[in-house]
Design a protein around this ligand. Sequence first.
Ligand code: HEC
Length: 131
Amino acid sequence: MRWSSLIKKSLLVLVVATVLLAYVQRDLLLAAFETNPYRGSSESVARGELIWTQHCISCHGPDAVGDGPASAALPKRPKDLTMIAPAPIFPDGIVAFRIAHGKNTMPAWQDTLNTEQIWDLVSFIRSKSRR
Ligand code: HEC
């Protein structure tokens, strides 16, 4: 086999793998381009704090550093959310996606909270940012 044909085959495999990955993770990829419609709104932060106190504080703690009373019993404690990189490095849409869909022991909230409430939570988390 000539080198050129080997390179062509490798490129084809790479393209197919990329397309497959994009297809499987398409919701996550699309989420990366969504921005918080309430970014910078103090009303949104205040609404988010109320929802946070009701649903999130038990694991994540009052300041989102991951020290809620229920966190000690979890197999893996939640990360310090005040250290999440700001958008666009870590996009708002990905934070919202994680809240909606959950991750491992982090519950999914898409059936409990509506889109506006999830953005309000993103506003609250961003307001606690130390980055
Ligand atoms: C039962 C405990 C629990 C509750 C309740 C909970 N979380 Fe989490 N959360 C976790 C854990 C554990 C992780 C880390 C998951 C991992 O990376 O394995 C996490 C991770 C996260 C992350 C980061 C995801 C990432 O990309 O790494 C965000 C954002 C988040 N939670 C927001 C929230 C919000 C907002 C609420 C309330 C609506 C909430 N969580 C309620 C346990 C919880």
